[in-house]
Write a protein that binds this ligand. Structure first.
Ligand code: FE
Length: 226
């Protein structure tokens, strides 16, 4: 069996959220599909260790924010590489509430869904939540994010034609550095626009307080790309 075959499956990328009392939480998720049109039914596969899983299992409801392709990877990292047990993920991001009071992102979100859990299936590390969609709204037109696109951008091979001019005297500082925590690649050609690091900034010149835009790891958690 060659598990690399699994990497050929395509996915979208979403923020799945729920609540417990007044407490809101959400996480990045790629295992989410529509499986039926009448009733409109989706299935979301979520890791049992995640706080969002706990909230959904108790609340019996979830929301889905459908991200646009241009979503900053820092926003996805915020929901994907941090735990709601350590941080309030919805403080500092713009969000609205569905009719049932579940949070959905209002920035970089094309549409959102609200759904009620109608069944679950144990899938080992994950639970599959079968959900009937109870509300769905389009926020804006755009191209939805795919998991493949996110991986490309994170690995520094973004299809964007970024402003990549590098002055000649800096061209020797073009080594790329890999985050050992999340796999993000710092590419001096691109800099880190989300962190106000202009294109052409060598890794060595990043300020000491600079952190991985995806997972928040420090500079010391990076190693030179082989
Ligand atoms: Fe990282």
């Amino acid at each position: 069996m060659n598990l690399k075959a699994m990497h050929r499956i395509s996915y979208g990328l979403y923020i799945v959220a729920s609540k417990r009392g007044e407490s809101l939480n959400g996480q990045a998720a790629n295992a989410l599909i529509q499986v039926s049109s009448d009733p409109v039914t989706i299935v979301a596969g979520l890791n049992k260790q995640n706080l969002t899983h706990e909230y959904i299992a108790q609340e019996g409801r979830l929301s889905v924010s459908i991200l646009e392709q241009d979503t900053p990877i820092s926003l996805i990292g915020h929901f994907g590489f941090r735990s709601g047990r350590d941080t309030d993920k919805f403080s500092g991001v713009n969000f609205g509430l569905t009719g049932s009071g579940l949070p959905y992102l209002t920035d970089h979100t094309l549409a959102y869904l609200e759904a009620v859990v109608i069944g679950t299936m144990d899938a080992g590390t994950h639970t599959l939540f079968w959900c009937k969609v109870t509300d769905a709204q389009v926020l804006k037109e755009g191209v939805p994010m795919t998991y493949a696109y996110y991986q490309q951008v994170k690995k520094g091979s973004t299809p964007h034609t970024a402003p990549t001019f590098i002055p000649k005297d800096q061209q020797k500082h073009t080594d790329r550095y890999v985050c050992k925590v999340c796999g993000y690649i710092y590419d001096p050609e691109k800099g880190d626009p989300d962190g106000n690091i202009p294109p052409g900034t060598p890794f060595q010149d990043l300020p000491a307080h600079w952190v991985c835009p995806v997972c928040g790891a420090s500079k010391g958690d990076f190693e030179k790309e082989e």
